[in-house]
Design a protein around this ligand. Structure first.
Ligand code: ADP
Ligand code: TMP
Length: 260
């Protein structure tokens, strides 16, 4: 039997709360390791949840594949094995783009809204991605002042974010998964083209199980299980992963495994 070829990792480029990013011998590719940790309150509350990294990697690779097939450019370049994926390194734009299809989370604390109220068209909120400042909400004027995107790029970024949300909302809806909201990050490639980056997993979105009654805590299949101390996060992510497999997408495999 032939051994699976290995891919040697270069230096660790970034260690964040949920992932590690490594250089590889190919400057066009970075390796991303999904960690088994869950954090809340900007990293102040942290636990280890074995299996979570692998599930988030699987879910993300399927959803990036779905978006690529819909013609939306993403950084995903293939799976590398359990919990690892290859991505195109990008110059990241320090914005968190949040799309809200229903009222939940911080919106309920900040506007007089009914929990679960549909938001049509989806609400798009921008936050400055800066841990030290607590990822503050941005007004138009503050975004202008930050100077992290041109006005043309901002339009492109918002259009792409709405397309991503709409494609995911539709596809997940077919699996009885209600995409309540999600957070996206974008970066620019060498020629300045915008691409969707980071991850697409239940760590970064709210997913409600439409097969469960609206008041049941069992309908929460995302990181709110951890934020609200409900337990059962890994089982919930497994459920999401299994349903997404049913879409029949075949994320590209790089054909090698990581050599640490
Ligand atoms: P954080 O840094 O917010 O704690 P993570 O643990 O998820 O988050 O770390 C992943 C980091 O990698 C994030 O800072 C994210 O912006 C960045 N990133 C995601 N995709 C890419 C990419 N394609 N190229 C460069 N950086 C990326
Ligand atoms: P919010 O209700 O706390 O504003 O969150 C909206 C969505 O964004 C929710 O799906 C969780 C996600 N999110 C992140 O992925 N990272 C973050 O740092 C924050 C604040 C929210």
């Amino acid at each position: 039997m032939m051994d699976t070829p290995t891919l040697a990792l270069g230096p660790l480029l970034h260690e964040g709360k949920a992932k590690r990013l490594y250089a590889t011998a190919d400057p066009r590719l970075c390796a991303v390791e999904f960690k088994d940790t869950a954090t809340a309150s900007n990293g102040r509350h942290q636990v280890r949840l074995p299996g979570k990294g692998k599930l988030n990697c699987q879910i993300s690779s399927h959803l990036f594949t779905l978006l690529e097939q819909a013609g939306l450019p993403t950084h995903f370049r293939g799976l590398l094995g359990d919990g690892w994926m290859l991505v195109q390194p990008l110059r990241m734009i320090p914005l968190e783009v949040v799309l809200r299809n229903r009222a939940a989370g911080s919106l309920l604390r900040q506007l007089p809204t009914v929990p679960g109220q549909p938001l049509e068209p989806p609400l798009l909120d921008l936050y400055f991605k800066d841990d030290a400042l607590g990822d503050p909400f941005l007004s138009e004027a503050r975004l202008d002042r930050l100077n992290v995107v041109t006005s043309q790029e901002r339009i492109q970024l918002e259009t792409m974010a709405r397309q991503v949300n709409s494609a995911l909302h539709q596809a997940l809806g077919r699996l009885d998964l209600d995409l309540v909201d999600l957070k996206l990050e974008f970066g620019r490639d060498g020629s300045g083209r915008l691409q969707l980056a980071d991850e697409l997993s239940p760590d970064n979105c709210r997913l409600w199980d439409q097969r469960q009654s609206p008041d049941s805590p069992g309908r929460i299949l995302d990181k709110d299980r951890f934020r609200q101390g409900l337990g059962g996060l890994v089982d919930a992510y497994k459920e999401v992963s299994q349903r997404i497999q049913a879409l029949g997408l075949k994320p590209q495999h790089h054909g090698s495994r990581v050599r640490l």
